[in-house]
Design a protein around this ligand. Sequence first.
Ligand SMILES: [Mg+2]
Length: 387
Amino acid sequence: MTTLCRDCASLATAPAGGRCAACRSPRLMSHPEIETLSLAHIDCDAFYASVEKRDHPELLDRPVIVGGGTRGVVLACCYVARLSGVRSAMPMFKARHACPDAVVIAPDMTKYRTVGRQVHELMRQATPLVQPLSIDEAFLDLAGAAEGPPARTLALLARQIEREIGVTVSIGLSYNKFLAKIASDLDKPRGFAAIGRAEALDFLGPRSVSLIWGVGAALQRKLAQDGIGTIAELRAHPERALVARYGTIGRRLARFSRGEDDRAVEPDQPTKSISAETTFTHDIAPYEALAEELRPLCDSVAHRLQRANKAATGVTLKLKTSDFQVLSRSRKLADPTQRAEILYRAVLPLLRAEADGTAYRLIGIGADRLAEAVLADPPDLFARPTE
Ligand SMILES: [Mg+2]
């Protein structure tokens, strides 16, 4: 069975002594379907509280509650506070009683929205198919989004979110939205859980019908009156009977009980740009070496353009110097493109102008001003003599 290291993202078949052979990390993830599952739900851990801890490192080991204010309920609580029984949506007076030494912080929604947008933006670098569900969670469809198994892309994304934004996430990986969302909750915080096709029925069987999206308290009561408490009991009834008794939701009850959910991941906003970048182990100055680094990035961007059904009408080169100065240079393309080679040739003159001996620590390329794919690469482009 393939094992993924969640710290260094290396894949191995037989981990020695429960640790990663490459980096010795014990944070391994293995699953028989790890190579093929590609639908993910990512949820930030105790999001508001994590952002506050990030901004107030002295609170790292303290119980932190974000809440109070006019609503008087707990909006978020860290995992230390949860040990004392504090929960989201609990009235503040109860929370203070359960955890008298908690640090209570008034919510700063503007800040959380900004951080949430940053998290979503990193997700969109992994795949254009990101559907945010709220400020701190989203579905991602990673089928064909990158080289290698989606699980590996997800481990790298989780690490990037931790390093660059300073909050942790939990990942649920499966083959549809229903199960991915359940999975992200199985291993919190900083979790990574997968539910595969082979295990879905056994996994769901003993669980409560309330796990099914759309089953609220009223429907759950009605089902209980009919002797249906678990998903296995639901499965015993044919779809037609469930629709006849419970209305249109009967169809979903039947499908979800069998682990079937065909809802697609629907991005909430048009993709404005698709980019890829890489940070070097050692700073690089020569033009030729920098140009070589751009090649795989152009391949990745072209691949993602094709997958998103988009074409670039402009390219942007991004460089970061060894002292962290970021510069970006853009140009318009003659025709919209989805082709790596055209992106590469378009970005080289921009690089040529900046490769003046300066040492760079990062290089990136972005495909900008995206147009619909039907406009991409008009056929006469390749008949035209090279300019
Ligand atoms: Mg969350």
